[in-house]
Design a protein around this ligand. Structure first.
Ligand SMILES: C[S@@+](CC[C@H](N)C(=O)[O-])C[C@H]1O[C@@H](n2cnc3c(N)ncnc32)[C@H](O)[C@@H]1O
Length: 258
């Protein structure tokens, strides 16, 4: 690939509105198996397909996470949740990533541990297939089903860390999302119900049954939702703390089983 060809790709991406056209061109060039593949990928990206679906992976916490079309692309802001989660666990921990999507969060947390038991679960079949490709190489297991119903019963009271980045967009705000999310990601990955906290309520309600004593639940929310989520945690017998990051523009609620 000559410099002139690279510049042509950058220009095409810029014209299509890609803000990080240079970086994206490099990613496309390093992923392309041949010229035909490259042209196909550039066309897909120019037509608005998220870069992660075009190349089949996303960078998250310095790791290369496999991403299939329609599966939620892990967001940069969620790296804050991972950073906080890492401070809550030690080697040997039992970690559950509920609403796992690609499985990126559990993989990122457990990659920092010498030993661990990793379980991930999601309701969406596409996410399960994708998560297995990320989680199984680490020795983790992925289950399909509605929240805790997916998990094996022997985990009851055994979980040290419950990581949950559930959908939290209020239903009537989905139309306001950028097209990359609204058009390309599954509705089930985005829709958090009327106030965006439907899944948070259900997760908090049963968390104490699954957590070991002193175990933690960590969930991402919006800034507006965070105080409500903290209240939901309290109501369900968890201590709760909201932590905010200006750098990541992220909010997490951390609950501890009393
Ligand atoms: C916002 S995405 C987050 C995915 C992943 N945790 C991440 O941060 O990249 C939410 C995920 O929750 C899953 N989900 C939605 N409702 C669920 C439910 N009732 N039980 C299990 N998973 C659910 C969706 O399929 C989607 O993969």
């Amino acid at each position: 690939m000559t410099m002139e060809q690279k510049n042509m790709i950058v220009e095409k991406l810029r014209d299509a509105g890609c803000v990080f056209a240079e970086e994206e061109a490099d990613i496309l060039l390093s992923t392309a198996k041949n010229n035909v593949h490259l042209i196909t990928m550039v066309d897909q990206r120019v037509s608005g397909m998220p870069l992660e679906y075009v190349v089949g992976w996303a960078e998250f916490c310095g790791l290369k996470i496999q991403i299939d079309k329609g599966v939620f692309v892990p967001r940069k802001r969620t790296e804050f949740l991972v950073q906080k989660a890492i401070t809550l666990v030690r080697s040997g921990a039992t970690v559950v990533d509920l609403c796992c999507g690609s499985g990126a969060l559990g993989v990122a947390v457990c990659s920092t541990l010498e030993s661990f038991q990793l379980y991930a679960a999601d309701i969406d079949r596409n996410a399960i297939i994708c998560a297995r490709r990320n989680v199984q190489p680490l020795g983790g297991q992925v289950y399909e089903g509605d929240l805790y119903h997916a998990l094996p019963e022997y985990l009851f009271g055994q979980v040290d860390l419950l990581i949950v980045n559930a959908p939290y967009v209020p239903t009537n705000e989905i139309d306001l999302l950028p097209s990359e999310a609204r058009i390309h990601e599954a509705q089930v990955a985005l829709d958090g119900g009327l106030d965006g906290l439907d899944i948070h309520r259900r997760v908090a309600r049963d968390a104490s049954h699954w957590l070991d004593s002193g175990g933690h639940l960590i969930m991402e929310t919006s800034e507006q939702q965070a105080p409500h989520a903290r209240e939901i945690f309290y109501q369900n017998g968890l201590s709760a703390q909201v932590i905010q990051s200006e750098e990541f523009e992220a909010n997490v609620v951390i609950g501890k089983k009393k």
